[in-house]
Design a protein around this ligand. Structure first.
Ligand SMILES: Cc1cc2nc3c(=O)[nH]c(=O)nc-3n(C[C@H](O)[C@H](O)[C@H](O)COP(=O)(O)O)c2cc1C
Length: 206
């Protein structure tokens, strides 16, 4: 099978946020979907290497900010290209954050709605954990259309090569998030440090 067929699946985009003690954190996800209406439940898959994953697993709580077409690339860089283990992703972002009734943060910039969720079960998928969760609360933030993954690819993510850095080395770009690898050869077992996709999702840059 040509794995590119998987690119035809459609996804939304979200900031999934958690709070453990006084620590707020969140990561970009594209894997949240509603699975039942009665009760109102969603699932989302979070990579086990994400700091947010551990926070959700321990607290059993998270919020989802549903991203709209007004979301900018800065938002994706803040929540999707760095880890809460290394930085405070919410620092300097206070004016774009609100909290649910239990104090969990959700992002209002570039989002059109938010959900507050409680984990019902966690299924080990190997690289990811699939969290099934009850939707406890939520609200509307704006009327802007929800962003799809393909909208992100075509309108939000900078075009590969838009600002090439002069280099004597070969370069490969991650087709998923735009990360550029430089070196003699792209290792076959390379994992994108930004979006965790494998070497097969990279293509050579001229
Ligand atoms: C467009 C995009 C989609 C992503 N989708 C997912 C996803 O569905 N699941 C996931 O675990 N990580 C996903 N990521 C990667 C995480 O957002 C990223 O690894 C983040 O830096 C983890 O931060 P943390 O360690 O603070 O949790 C995505 C990143 C981008 C840019």
């Amino acid at each position: 099978m040509d794995n590119k067929v998987m690119y035809s699946l459609s996804y939304g985009l979200f900031v999934l946020s958690a709070r453990r003690g006084d620590k707020d954190n969140g990561c970009i996800t594209n894997t949240a979907i509603q699975v039942t209406t009665e009760p109102n439940r969603i699932v989302c898959a979070i990579n086990k290497s994400n700091y947010t994953h551990d926070m959700v697993q321990e607290t059993g709580r998270f919020t989802l900010s549903i991203l709209s077409e007004e979301a900018d690339f800065e938002l994706f860089k803040r929540f999707g290209f760095q880890s809460g283990r290394d930085v405070d992703k919410f620092a300097g972002f206070e004016s774009h954050v609100k909290r649910d009734g239990d104090g969990l943060p959700y992002v209002t910039r570039g989002a059109n709605a938010w959900l507050s969720c409680r984990v019902v079960s966690a299924t080990d998928l190997g690289t990811h954990t699939l969290f099934l969760a009850d939707v406890l609360d939520g609200g509307t933030i704006s009327s802007a259309p929800s962003a799809t993954y393909s909208y992100y690819q075509s309108h939000i993510k900078p075009k590969p090569g838009a600002a090439p850095a002069p280099s004597a080395q070969k370069r490969w770009v991650c087709k998923v998030c735009g990360y550029v690898y430089e070196g003699d050869e792209l290792p076959a077992d390379f994992i994108c440090p930004w979006c965790k996709h494998p070497a097969s999702d990279f293509e050579p840059l001229a």
